[in-house]
Write a protein that binds this ligand. Structure first.
Ligand SMILES: [Zn+2]
Length: 466
């Protein structure tokens, strides 16, 4: 596809939840919470915006005449979420993280942060508006296709999560309402579908580098704005995984090529990786100033106090060099936040250690359907047996499975046998089945000495004998 010729224009909006406390109260940002104990309902009216007009998106929503039901718990919400108490002062950690991200994105912070109210009529905010503030402007990131501008960074409240939708009734859960959310909007500098994914990945990496971003599915979401020459802008809403971004953006371009005279609109992502019309594009009529929260001046002192973190990409490269790790293992070690230096004192290959730490828990989950809750102590114990020659490499997984199951470890059953004995035993097996293929013989050997011998060593003895 010739993106240049088509006049491809594309920018991304990235939404990242922050960890810690909520933006305007002291409730913790817990997503997985107990059963709800608080229930209430509201009807929401569309409110005219600054311009005096009710915007188009709001009108579409209002025609539906719905009742909004809310469920909550006292562990993760208070009167602020229920809109029965004014917002408290802005969470200073959240503001500091927003400024930290702004600096990492080469942006200029504003002189004064002023929160605005943005009309929300789908019921996902009890108050019928979302509080949002512009924190910084005019930044950029470097990419393989050149610089991509970062136009704005907003600090805002996360909306409540929809848990049920019936004909005239929508139920929202309030655990997520008020979680600090960063919104980062790029300039329309993205050059093609592959580039869109690269930009989203880079912004995600920068956000995670702060150590203050929430992790897990749904904690980061991307909206991608796409248009080609002569066509209105279309927003593809709510990417949670970047895996399919390339294909979906490419498909949108193909769709626009085939379509004529369409209005600006928002499209939702379907589970089968297609998109469909969701609603008209919201207009600027939705913002008005929040008078309950005083403006916050951004001082030089505030900015000087911020310590910028090492970016995860840089850390990965450093680990590759320092520990001689394969790139994919270095990336995973950095991503999962494992403290590798606590293991590198062991006289074992660092790549093997990293493989055990990263991939064995996945293997245990896949093969035994066990959720691995292995601690550093568990890993160190088992790896130390290996270092001391008490067990073979092949026994490491079995021992970790025992640890996950909480079973006692009897090292005797895992004791390694010396090379001489092993060779003698293998000879016996070969003699008993002289015509068997090497794979079959190997199977017999491993069945007899499961966990006690190193597979590679047994194989090389077998090859020697045949
Ligand atoms: Zn609260």
């Amino acid at each position: 596809m010739d993106y240049k010729k088509l006049g491809f224009k594309c920018g991304i909006e990235c939404h990242q939840q922050l960890d810690g406390r909520k933006l305007f109260c002291n409730c913790p940002c817990i997503v997985h919470d107990k059963e709800p104990t608080v229930f209430f309902e509201r009807k929401i009216r569309a409110i005219a915006g600054e311009s005096g007009k009710t915007d188009k998106a709001a009108k579409t929503e209002m025609k539906k005449d719905k009742v909004f039901k809310y469920q909550a718990r006292e562990t993760s919400s208070c009167l602020v979420e229920y809109d029965e108490e004014p917002p408290h002062a802005v969470n200073p950690q959240a503001l500091e993280t927003a400024l930290e991200v702004a600096l990492l994105l080469n942006m200029k912070p504003v002189d004064e942060v002023q929160f605005m109210r943005k009309t929300i009529v789908d019921g996902s905010n009890v108050s019928a508006f979302q509080r949002t503030a512009l924190v910084a402007v005019g930044g950029y990131i470097e990419t393989t296709q050149g610089r991509v501008g970062i136009d704005g960074l907003m600090l805002e409240e996360e909306a409540a999560k929809k848990v049920k939708e019936e004909k005239n009734e929508v139920t929202y859960d309030l655990a997520r309402l008020g979680v600090p959310l960063l919104e980062i909007a790029t300039a329309p500098d993205i050059q093609n579908a592959t580039h869109a994914k690269e930009v989203a990945e880079k912004i995600g990496m920068i956000l995670r580098s702060t150590g203050k971003a929430k992790r897990g599915i749904g904690t980061i979401r991307q909206d991608v704005n796409v248009s080609i020459k002569g066509h209105s802008r279309v927003e593809l809403k709510g990417f949670q995984e970047l895996k399919f971004m390339e294909k979906i953006v490419e498909d949108e371009v193909k769709r626009q090529v085939k379509t004529k005279g369409e209005d600006k609109h928002v499209r939702k992502l379907n589970p089968d990786k297609t998109t469909s019309f969701m609603r008209p594009m919201p207009s600027a009529a939705r913002m008005y100033p929040e008078t309950d929260i005083p403006t916050i001046p951004i001082t030089k002192d505030m900015l000087l106090k911020i310590k910028l973190p090492e970016l995860l990409d840089e850390k990965t490269l450093r680990y590759e060099k320092k520990y001689k790790l394969r790139p994919e293992l270095a990336r995973e070690i950095v991503k999962t936040g494992v403290i590798l230096k606590n293991y590198t004192k062991l006289k074992l290959d660092n790549n093997f250690i990293a493989d055990v730490l990263i991939n064995y828990p996945k293997e245990i989950k896949k093969r035994f359907n066990l959720e691995s809750k292995l601690s550093e102590k568990d890993f160190l114990e088992v790896l130390t047996y290996l270092e001391q020659g008490k067990i073979s490499k092949d026994a490491v997984l079995d021992l970790l499975v025992k640890k996950v199951k909480g079973q006692k470890i009897n090292l005797k059953s895992f004791e390694t046998i010396d090379d001489k004995t092993l060779e003698k035993e293998i000879k016996k097996i070969v003699k008993a089945n002289p015509k068997a293929p090497i794979g079959g013989l190997m199977g017999d050997v491993m069945k007899k000495f499961k966990g006690k011998v190193d597979g590679q060593k047994a194989m090389s003895i077998l090859k020697k004998l045949l």
